[in-house]
Design a protein around this ligand. Structure first.
Ligand code: SAM
Ligand code: DTB
Ligand code: SF4
Length: 387
């Protein structure tokens, strides 16, 4: 690396940068040379897909001046993706409410007095009808969520039919059903499942303040089972639950130091549900949320970072900054699982104003194993009804 202004090599610069009168930037990467010099283990390796990040490095990224952070995130984003394409998923709650777990944010736990009514597992035909509509509206992935601690054999059998049916329509499939055993993960893979969503939710340290009925290790075990079964991993968390900036750094650090990066990283903003313990939590500064998106993009350069729950409470400008920071996936449709999402009309308008096109389905979905999906960036060809 050579400084554009001074022609110093990184090493010479490292020795002398303290004497220079202004910041120098590397000609190709735009990285500030004093950053490289003071933290070569971090900045000299930006853009590399790596799983050996330290928490200190993650905190250093969070602490960058906002413009520098966004610059790095956007640079890395462009190395791996078309910056004007966003992947579109649609979400359906196939089994709502009555969940025995105590997740402090959740509308569906039986422990909290929310307005969500308990429903049985949805009939296959109703699920497929929703999937048809989602596909007609331009979604390329259909995500089915169930309020389970973990699925029972009979439930899994029914859900496998749903997966097969949605896949037959030519959409990618994703389910989130709680904890899985390794055998259940293999069963889902055999049914044609492309992605399994299972979030870490927050840092290991803060976790106990949000959930007591399953451990952080339980979550890591399920992620391992999913990965070993050859299913793409969708794993992220929730911000704005009252966690500290250190917790946000730790969450992203844990995600980025898994044996392989999740293919999809949903970053949710807490949807505050009356009746849940986390209702009334102080709202997270939007700039902190955008920072977290940018850091996720830098740490996991080839993963899709999903701007997930919480968009209905964000301004268009905040969402635009999230896309600029490297978010390239959303949930499309006016309902998440039980809470609201921006209506389709609004999202279409936002995409149009930002010049964003929906991403076409990846060709690689048939050979869904993580590394193969990551081998190439998504094809830039939209088959979607949206424009
Ligand atoms: N019951 C399964 C489980 O928890 O593993 C799957 C469904 S659960 C609703 C999926 C994820 O949605 C949670 O792990 C959490 O990250 C996210 N989520 C749930 N309620 C939320 C809320 N109120 N705000 C933001 N994200 C939420
Ligand atoms: C994820 O990370 N976010 C989605 C999906 N995975 C399943 C769920 C968001 C749920 C928001 C609250 C609700 O609608 O109940
Ligand atoms: Fe149950 Fe999932 Fe809600 Fe936790 S997040 S209470 S496991 S539905």
């Amino acid at each position: 690396m050579k400084c554009r202004a001074h022609g110093y090599s990184t090493l010479a610069f490292a020795a002398e940068w303290g004497n220079l009168p202004f910041r120098c930037f590397h000609a190709e990467t735009g990285i500030a040379m004093h950053d490289v010099a003071s933290n070569p283990g971090l900045f000299a390796r930006l853009g590399e897909v790596r799983t050996d990040w330290t928490v200190e490095q993650v905190r250093t990224l969070f602490a960058l001046p906002f413009a520098d952070l966004i610059y790095h995130a956007q640079h890395i984003h462009r190395q791996n993706f078309d910056p004007n394409r966003v992947q579109v998923s649609t979400l359906l709650s196939i089994k709502t409410g009555g969940c025995p777990e105590d997740c402090g944010y959740c509308s569906q736990s039986i422990r909290y007095n929310t307005t969500v009514e308990r429903e049985e597992l949805m009939e296959l035909e109703r699920v497929l009808e929703s999937a048809r509509i989602a596909k007609a509206n331009g979604a390329t992935r259909f995500c089915m969520g169930a309020a389970y601690r973990s699925p029972k054999p009979k439930q899994l059998a029914a859900i496998k039919h749903m997966i097969a049916g949605v896949r037959e329509m030519g959409m990618e499939t994703c389910v989130t059903l709680g904890m899985l055993t390794p055998d259940q993960a293999v069963e889902l893979k055999d049914a044609g499942l492309d992605y399994y969503n299972h979030n870490l939710d927050t840092s290991k340290d803060f976790y106990g303040k949000v959930i007591t009925t399953r451990t952080y290790q339980d979550r890591l075990d399920t992620l391992e089972a999913v990965r070993n079964a050859g299913i793409n991993v969708c794993c992220g968390g929730i911000l704005g639950m009252g966690e500290s900036s250190q917790d946000r750094a730790q969450l992203l650090h844990t995600l980025a130091t898994l044996p392989a990066h999740p293919e999809s990283v949903p970053i949710n903003q807490l949807m505050q549900v009356p009746g849940t313990p986390l209702f009334g939590t102080e709202k997270l500064d939007a700039l902190e949320f955008i920072r977290a998106i940018a850091v996720a993009r830098i740490l996991m350069p080839k993963s899709h970072v999903r701007l997930s729950a919480g968009r209905s409470g964000m301004s268009d400008e905040t969402q635009a900054l999230c896309f600029l920071a490297g978010a390239n996936s959303i949930f499309y449709g006016d309902k998440l699982l039980t809470t609201e999402n921006p209506d389709e009309h609004h999202d279409l308008g936002l995409f149009k104003r930002l010049g964003i096109q929906p991403e076409a389905q990846r060709d690689a979905v048939d050979t869904a194993h993580a590394r193969s999906v990551h081998a190439e960036a998504a094809p830039i060809r939209s088959t979607m009804a949206l424009s």
